[in-house]
Design a protein around this ligand. Structure first.
Ligand code: AIR
Length: 438
């Protein structure tokens, strides 16, 4: 098995396309007929073998997901390059190389590809065209086609249906006329922008057709999806799955997620045993595999599911990257979702995730930096860290804003009851309230 040069590819490799002046041109000149995205087929027919430690791995996006990818890849001896326009991004500040440029800057993409033989993304809103441009020179995982599916809720839902996976009943909304024609059963519902929303941004709960019209106007009349509100929602769960170029796959244990105002509040693993949902939980893992396989996916992805009162399973959405609900894997599994992402990129065998201990992950939002009167305060980290079995992860974001993910804690313990008790203590230390019984 031959290994690639740690420096990545030589800058002046013969046969390389010349520097492009604009992204549009770069994409237009992409060589035709490459076998890259064919599902079930190995990505690189003449694979040079795994990238050895010391090689450069690139990530588009410098947020917390990129930061935790950096930490995992660097722990394995890889060097990490981050492309993010923010000069002070969470991942950029710890990367071996931070290229502060726009995702659509053709020169920057070229320079990035010159250094990184393999590139991934941590934010689905990176333009698919940039991934395509990079794919001229580097291995890009996930590929532009797979990311593009997750970038548009309408495309995503149609694709999932095509793969035989159940989704929430929905209406495509491109105009007010579409809303007028929506079935009565889709109200109350949630109107979501088809593109560029995350963490509850770009969506509105609508009780009636009239409210939906107002929300549609508020969302700028851009294409939306109207999802029927699931009145009998029993549980939200998610599965993080990794798929390698050779088609091998590994799923992480299914996580139970609770949201508040559209943002993940906490996540518990394993999901409490309940005969009414055991079949749905098993189906969730099979469904995540089916989606990854059907998309010809390479990389780490997350599938979020709803389980209804009668144990029926429906996909909520997919994320073409590691996911907030997979953060517990850092402290509670034999391999983390970020190490798995590094393994995919480096062309290494996937880790076989084992849950080492029950875990509860709690998000820390910017809200914790303000007291009840809105005055700034620093959370009591000493109190949090005094809780046994609790680890703190802060993302190094300079500006705490309400609803902004600033960090998380993960509690682990030998048994489910103890981990819940520790999570309650951690919540108290963070001065966070949890109104739903565990
Ligand atoms: N992210 C990506 N999709 C959803 C989320 N939460 C992560 C990525 C991205 C960061 O959130 O890591 O870079 C952006 O966070 P913020 O607080 O700057 O909006």
């Amino acid at each position: 098995m031959s290994a690639q040069r740690p420096e990545g590819r030589p800058f002046d490799a013969p046969g390389r396309p010349k520097r492009e002046s604009s992204l549009g041109e770069a994409v237009a000149k992409r060589p035709e007929g490459r076998p890259f995205d064919a599902p079930g087929r190995p990505k690189r027919e003449s694979s040079p073998g795994p990238l050895v430690p010391g090689s450069w791995l690139g990530v588009l996006g410098g947020g917390q997901l990129g930061r935790m990818f950096c930490q995992a890849a660097q722990a394995m001896g890889y060097r990490v390059a981050v492309l993010d326009p923010d000069p002070d991004s969470p991942a950029g500040t710890i990367a071996d190389w931070h290229l502060a440029a726009g995702y659509d800057d053709a020169d920057a993409l070229r320079a990035f590809a010159e250094r990184c033989p393999a590139v991934t993304t941590e934010f689905e809103n990176v333009p698919a065209a940039s991934l395509e441009a990079l794919a001229q020179w580097s291995r890009v995982a996930p590929g532009a086609r797979q990311v593009a599916v997750a970038q548009d809720r309408l495309v995503e839902k149609a694709t999932l249906r095509g793969l035989g996976v159940a989704v929430v009943p929905y209406t495509e909304v491109r105009s007010v006329a579409d809303l007028d024609a929506a079935p009565e059963t889709h109200f109350p519902g949630i109107l979501k922008l088809a593109r560029l929303g995350y963490d509850g941004k770009g969506q509105a709960r609508v009780a009636s057709r009239e409210e939906a019209r107002a929300a549609f106007a508020q969302l700028g009349g851009k294409p939306c999806v109207l999802e029927a509100f699931m009145a009998d929602l029993r549980l939200e769960v998610s599965v993080v799955v990794a798929r390698q170029a050779d088609g091998s796959m590994q799923c992480f244990p299914t996580a139970h997620n609770e949201h508040r105002e559209g943002i993940l509040f906490h996540c518990a693993v394993p999901v409490a045993a309940d005969p009414a949902i055991d079949a749905a939980l098993a189906e969730a893992q099979a469904s995540a595999r089916r989606i990854a396989d059907g998309l010809g996916y390479e990389g780490v992805m997350c599938v979020e599911f709803f389980i209804d009162g009668s144990g029926g399973l429906r996909v909520n959405e997919i994320a073409p990257r590691p996911h907030n609900s997979g953060h517990y894997t850092i402290d509670a599994c034999s391999v983390s979702q970020f190490e798995q992402q590094a393994r995919v990129l480096a062309g290494l065998p996937l880790g076989q995730p084992e849950l080492l201990a029950p875990a509860v992950m709690i998000n820390i939002l910017g809200d914790q930096w303000f007291d009840a009167l809105g005055q700034p305060r620093e959370p009591d980290w000493a109190a949090v860290l005094a809780v046994p079995g609790t680890r703190l992860h802060l993302y190094g974001k300079a500006e705490p804003r309400r609803g902004r993910k600033m960090g998380h804690v993960t509690c682990v313990a030998a048994d489910a009851e103890t981990v819940r008790q520790r999570a309650r203590e951690a919540l108290q230390a963070l001065r966070m309230e949890w109104d739903r019984p565990w």
